[in-house]
Design a protein around this ligand. Structure first.
Ligand code: SF4
Length: 694
């Protein structure tokens, strides 16, 4: 405070990076943000924070911010700065012409997990009631859509079962496909505290993440599986639990469908699912698999935490269901210290999913084909809704290439960088007649846009975010928007330009509408959030104070449902041309494609993406630490510097995807989860050879 001077005022708000949802005190001098101080009363962080929330906010005032709307007739022309009225009437005219010529289903939109619940709700409302289609999707398509599918099938709702504090009652913590230390650092600290108190740790990950061995922590088991074999590992663990008589039969008889359990138990008991047989597939020693399964089943309260290393696979949904099976067969659901917990990546990915951002679901995960639900929304919105589920992001791009999908409104998402198979994304965008990008910066996707609507940062708006523990928290305006409007106001003005009669005066009124239409949010209001700090959904008549733990007296779907999940190898195969498997992840100081963090001081900690390679593989190729290497796959190539490490096993390489110069997704495949189309980012057959640099 001495150095920067005393702040003149402070505003309590919520971090806009990861799904932990830390609360901060934003200290201001005039209109200048001078410091972000982790807030001691924040329910998710209790005064803690990481280097992103604390230091990476400089992007809000970065010179790259676009603050004036821009349009152009074709993507070959330069941008023209115009007034908001001109931009909105240009956009409305294009959208109306496309709708008249090709029909409502030629239009769609993408909501943002970086934006508030109120903003994502408005974008899906605009697509459904203004464009007239259900072609709305969100970035969860490329991250946690298998969580939605898998947990809905088994438990009945798409969300983690526990609050963060629950980890302090866990006796065994199983982390699969997640790197909490880098991805969810503040929650990782709480998990580490519990581990230092003596809880046992099982890590299932191809890479030796920090958690495996950190000060005063040593994992009981690290299972360094072959990328793409999660289902085989989990099935082998289930085999051990059932065949060794470790199943929690009383829990299963009371809480789950017993007939379905027996079918599933017969399936996993088959000898072909034994650790000894599956060792050849998983490359995890059978004895380690057996011991890890015994520990999880008999070690007391068992809590599972997972991330994108589970979901971003061709069997992502199967893996989520296999995790849920494991929790049910051991009775590890419905109380503190147990459960199944997806570690959500983006600050509001839980909220974006809750708000009806999927093409088949209205808010609260209710299917669009359900006439009773639809009529509720139709009465509130005063317009009929399409009963057919719409297109997912990859299907929108396919349809664009085919000429049947012509316009898209993308709020706060750089799909050219973040989605797989970059060349196909570019081809889809290029084929459209109207691409509207609503964002802070001229991102890579904007190269294919006809309209650029300037966005606002979390510091410039009021609203709510929902974190990974279903905690709804207020985001409060710290400074006036650089572009003059909050994102919810821009969407409202676009709706008005299309002839819709929207008259929200404040995001609290949007939340009131969400509460009227969404049973799990029925008891949520800005007034309650102001008074109580936060609420964990469901908040309604049955749960007036919210729900830190879910499925306490019974599963949301009634009886828990065991799902048979057969291991199916990915179609992505290694061979002589591409003998290595690439997997990807994040680093602590950077965030996703880096649009925000790269424009902050955090670049001092991470200036480029590096390729981790085992010493044997490096030596075979004549590569040393720091050398440039060419990374090639069947879909593309890129150049990165090598770091030689035994964190990865021989045959596996690893990189992050934070820098556009690297464009790691140029090499990822077109394969995706069988149920949700979530891309298989985590398994790509590649070759790595020396290079002179980019
Ligand atoms: Fe907290 Fe996540 Fe923000 Fe870090 S990035 S301060 S852990 S919410």
């Amino acid at each position: 405070v001495k150095e920067i001077g005393k702040p003149e005022r402070a505003v309590i708000t919520t971090c806009a990076y990861c799904g932990v949802g830390c609360t901060f005190r934003a200290e201001m001098r005039g209109e200048q943000l001078v410091r972000m101080v982790p807030w001691k009363d924040g329910k998710a962080n209790r005064g803690h924070s990481c280097v992103k929330g604390r230091f990476a906010w400089g992007y809000a005032n970065h010179q790259d911010r676009i603050t004036k709307p821009m349009i152009r007739d074709s993507i070959d022309e330069p941008w023209r700065e115009v007034s908001w009225d001109q931009a909105l009437s240009f956009t409305a005219a294009r959208l109306n012409a496309i709708k008249a010529q090709y029909g409502a289903r030629a239009l769609g939109g993408i909501t943002s997990s970086r934006c508030t619940n109120e903003e994502t709700f408005l974008v899906q409302k605009l697509v459904r009631s203004g464009f007239g289609s259900n072609n709305v999707d969100t970035c969860a398509r490329v991250c946690h859509s298998p969580t939605g599918y898998g947990l809905s099938k088994t438990f009945g709702t798409s969300a983690g079962t526990q609050d963060f504090d629950s980890v302090m009652d866990a006796d065994v913590i199983l982390v699969i496909g997640a790197n909490p230390t880098d991805g969810h650092p503040v929650f990782a600290s709480r998990m580490k505290r519990r581990l230092r108190q003596g809880a046992k740790l099982i890590v299932i990950d191809p890479r030796r993440i920090d958690l495996v061995r950190s000060p005063h922590i040593e994992a009981a088991h690290h299972l360094p599986l072959q990328p793409g074999t999660n289902v085989a590992v989990l099935t082998a663990m289930a085999h051990v639990i059932v065949t060794e008589g470790l199943a929690a039969e009383d829990f299963i008889r009371e809480r789950c469908d017993w007939d379905e359990y027996q079918d599933w138990a017969r399936f996993v008991s088959d000898q072909r699912h034994s650790p000894e047989v599956l060792e050849a597939v998983t490359r995890v020693p059978a004895h380690a698999l057996r011991e890890a399964a015994r520990l999880y089943a008999t070690g007391g309260n068992g809590a599972i935490y997972y991330g994108l290393g589970v979901t971003e696979h061709s069997q992502g949904s199967s893996t989520v269901m296999a995790i849920a099976n494991l929790a049910m067969v051991t009775g590890n659901v419905g109380r503190r210290g147990v459960g199944v917990n997806p570690l959500r990546g983006q600050n509001n990915v839980q909220g974006a999913c809750d708000m009806g951002s999927f093409p088949h679901e209205l808010s609260g995960y209710r299917h669009i084909s359900d006439a009773a639900t639809r009529s509720l929304f139709e009465a509130e919105w005063g317009t009929p809704l399409d009963a057919e589920p719409g297109l997912r992001i990859p299907n929108m791009l396919d349809a664009a290439v085919d000429g049947t999908f012509r316009a898209i409104y993308i709020q706060g998402e750089d799909i050219l960088q973040s989605d797989p198979n970059t060349h196909h994304v570019a081809a889809g965008l290029k084929a459209m007649d109207c691409v509207i990008v609503h964002d802070l910066f001229l991102n890579e996707t904007a190269n294919y846009a006809h309209v650029f609507l300037p966005g606002s940062t979390f510091l410039e708006k009021d609203g709510t975010f929902t974190n990974a523990e279903r905690r709804i928290q207020l985001v409060r305006k710290v400074m006036e928007p650089a572009n003059g409007f909050g994102d919810w106001e821009v969407t409202q003005e676009l709706a008005r330009a299309l002839g819709l009669d929207w008259n929200y005066a404040h995001p609290s009124q949007i939340m009131d509408e969400i509460a009227r239409l969404t049973p799990t949010f029925a008891g949520v209001s800005f007034a309650r959030l102001e008074a109580e700090g936060s609420l964990q959904w469901p908040v309604n008549e049955a749960h007036p104070d919210g729900s830190p733990i879910m499925h306490v007296d019974g599963f949301v779907r009634g009886k828990g449902k065991f799902m048979v999940t057969d291991y199916v190898p990915t179609d992505e195969k290694t061979g002589p041309r591409f003998p290595l498997l690439l997997t990807t992840g994040r680093i602590l100081s950077q965030y996703n494609v880096g649009a925000q963090t790269r424009r902050t001081a955090n670049t001092v900690w991470h200036a480029e993406d590096l390729l981790e390679m085992h010493p044997t593989d490096a030596e075979n190729r004549g590569l040393n630490d720091g050398d440039w290497a060419r990374l090639t796959s069947r879909t593309g190539e890129t150049t990165l510097r090598v770091t030689v490490t035994d964190r990865v096993a021989p045959g596996v390489v690893y990189t992050t995807f934070h820098h556009p110069a690297t464009q790691a997704n140029v090499v990822t495949t077109e394969f995706s989860d069988w149920a949700t189309n979530c891309p298989e980012y985590k398994v790509t057959a590649v070759q790595v050879m020396p290079s002179n640099g980019p």
